[in-house]
Design a protein around this ligand. Structure first.
Ligand code: ADP
Ligand code: MG
Length: 238
C-alpha cells in the first residue's frame, strides 16, 4: 500500500511561508497531477514528500508510515527531475545502476533490475552510450529508468518534460501514462502546464500561492471550478 497523506503541511524559507497548510490524500496507485503557476510551491511540496526539504508543521505519511524527519533514502520513493540529473561521465547502464550500487545491492540483482528497466523503456540499444550521445527524449527515458530500477512505491516527477520540444512532450506524456498503467505505482506529477494536467491526471491538485485551491478529476475542475483562480487557470491554457 502506498497511499500518500499530507496533513496541514507548512514550510517557510526565512520569513516567507511558501507552503501554507496543505492537505492532500492520495490513494494507492493513483496518478495525481499537482498543477499551478510558477512559484506557487509545487517543487517545494514535492521535495518535502521526498525528504529533500524539511517540514515545519503538519505531517506526511507514505504507505501509512509517518515520514517527517526521515531521510530521502529511508522513504520508498524515487524522483525524476526536470534537468534529468544524469551523470555525464557514466554510460546509460551505469547511470541506471548507480543508486543500486550506492545501496550495495548484489551485482546479480543490479543486472536484473537494470535489464528490466532498459526493456520497459526501450533503452537496450543505448546502454553503452554516454548521456551526451542521447537525444532529449532518450535522456528523459534514462532519468525515468533510474527511478524504475529502485522499484519504488511512489514516483515523484517535477516538470520532467519542460525541456523537450512540443511534439516530443506530447509523445512522452503518453509514454509516462503507459508506464504508470504498467507499474501501477502511486505517482505525483508536478507541472505548470494545464494541458498536461488535464490529459494525464486521474486527479488534479490545483495550487496557488502555497495553498490547495481545489482537488478533483480533470472534468470536475473544468466543469465546476471552485473559484476564479481555478476557472481562469484551468480554462486558459498558456
Ligand atoms: P514552483 O515549483 O511552483 O515554481 P517553488 O516550490 O520552486 O515553486 O517555490 C515556491 C516559492 O519558494 C518561490 O517563491 C521560491 O522563490 C521560494 N523558494 C523555493 N526554494 C527556496 C529556497 N531554497 N530558499 C528560499 N526560497 C525558496
Ligand atoms: Mg518548480
Amino acid at each position: 500500500m502506498a497511499t500518500v497523506d499530507i496533513q496541514d503541511a507548512t514550510k517557510s524559507f526565512g520569513s516567507t511561508r511558501v507552503i501554507r497548510g496543505v492537505s492532500i490524500d492520495i490513494r494507492d496507485g493513483e496518478f495525481v497531477v499537482l498543477v499551478g503557476p510558477s512559484g506557487c510551491g509545487k517543487s517545494t511540496l514535492l521535495r518535502m514528500i521526498a525528504g529533500l526539504e524539511g517540514i515545519d508543521a503538519g505531517e506526511i505519511r507514505i504507505g501509512g508510515r509517518r515520514v517527517n524527519g526521515l531521510l530521502p533514502k529511508e522513504r520508498d520513493i524515487a524522483m525524476v527531475f526536470q534537468n534529468y540529473a544524469l551523470y555525464p561521465h557514466l554510460t546509460v547502464a551505469d547511470n541506471l545502476a548507480f543508486s543500486l550500487k550506492l545501496r550495495h545491492a548484489p551485482q546479480q540483482e543490479i543486472e536484473q533490475r537494470v535489464a528490466r528497466a532498459a526493456k520497459i523503456l526501450g533503452l537496450e540499444p543505448l546502454l553503452a552510450r554516454l548521456p551526451k550521445q542521447l537525444s532529449g527524449g532518450q535522456r528523459q527515458r534514462v532519468a525515468m529508468g533510474r527511478a524504475i530500477v529502485r522499484d519504488p512505491q511512489v514516483f515523484l516527477f517535477d516538470e520532467p518534460l519542460s525541456n523537450l520540444d512540443a511534439k516530443l512532450r506530447v509523445a512522452m506524456r503518453a509514454e509516462i501514462r503507459e508506464l504508470h498503467q504498467r507499474l501501477k505505482a502511486t505517482t505525483i506529477y508536478v507541472t505548470h502546464d494545464q494541458i498536461e494536467a488535464m490529459t494525464m491526471a486521474d486527479k488534479i491538485v490545483a495550487m496557488h500561492d502555497g495553498v490547495v485551491e481545489q482537488v478533483g478529476t480533470p472534468l470536475e475542475l473544468f466543469d465546476r471550478p471552485r473559484n476564479v483562480f481555478v476557472a481562469a487557470f484551468i480554462g486558459s491554457p498558456s
